[in-house]
Design a binder for this molecule. Structure first.
Ligand code: URA
Length: 259
């Protein structure tokens, strides 16, 4: 049995319905063969985040929603909510301006981030810094950088559903504390989680989105690691970044500069 099927069975055995999106845009209870993993991720993330999985988890999630920065950071540093804590060197909480206008959200720490405890410090991070400079921003000035996961998945594999469901209450709290003017989701994993969708990245770029239940616009672009592998798409990433400028308001490049 596939991992996805096992997870679905597990959820169904607990009496938790698994929902999946069909082409008509309406959510239906799953009756079809194995959905792709991301649908499982969203089913699990939402069920856990909506406090139906375990009473202890739900209480902890509710508690996280009231933490201030200091307590949130301490809670993440001591976190053992998923198995990733076993192999991490450092948790990667996030870095930057806590009153940021722009919140950049990536996927998960890599090896260098795990060693240093800071997001986007490897080659992908250098490219991200260049991307920010292109819109006259920089790490730490009007910008906060975080990831969907606070701990490194072994071998940089994709985050698993359970890991995301356990970890994202921290990110949700960071978003609530920062209240950025705009969120930039880099890469498929971040975009799909933030927009609660299973659509591919190419369908999410160049459109106006909002972080659920808020007015915060979300702009979707490529992950810098992808751009390092596929430099020919940097022009498209620039088109995405330009969407940020009017949303950021005063202090970044003017519209005419960006054209
Ligand atoms: N990739 C990410 O998504 N986040 C990091 O922090 C580093 C690489």
């Amino acid at each position: 049995m596939s991992t996805a099927a096992r997870k679905r069975l597990y959820l169904q055995r607990m009496g938790i319905p698994v929902w999946q999106r069909r082409d008509d845009g309406v959510q239906h209870q799953a009756t079809l063969p194995d959905p792709p993993d991301i649908q499982e991720i969203h089913a699990t993330v939402h069920l856990v985040n909506s406090s139906t999985a375990s009473p202890e988890g739900a209480t902890e999630d509710a508690d996280i929603r009231h933490l201030d920065w200091a307590d949130l950071e301490a809670r993440v540093a001591a976190c053992e909510r998923c198995g990733l804590c076993e192999n991490r060197r450092k948790t990667v909480f996030g870095v930057g301006d806590r009153g940021a206008d722009l919140l950049v959200i990536g996927e998960a720490p890599g090896a260098e981030e795990d060693r240093r405890g800071e997001p986007f410090v490897g080659r992908a991070g250098q490219l991200l810094d260049q991307m920010l400079r292109a819109i006259t921003l920089e790490r730490g000035r009007r910008v906060y950088i975080a990831n969907i996961l606070k701990c490194r998945p072994p071998g940089n594999r994709d985050p698993q559903a359970e890991e995301m469901s356990q970890c994202t209450p921290y990110l949700d709290r960071q978003i609530a504390l920062i209240r950025p003017r705009v969120i930039l989701a880099v890469g498929r994993i971040a975009a799909q989680y933030l927009l609660r969708t299973d659509k591919p990245l190419k369908a999410l770029r160049q459109q106006q989105w909002h972080y659920p239940e808020s007015e915060i616009p979300v702009v979707v672009s490529y992950h810098p690691s992808y751009l390092l592998r596929t430099p020919g798409d940097k022009g498209k990433a620039w088109q995405d970044l330009k969407r940020l400028i009017p949303l950021l308001g005063a202090g970044s490049a003017t519209e005419s500069e960006s054209k």
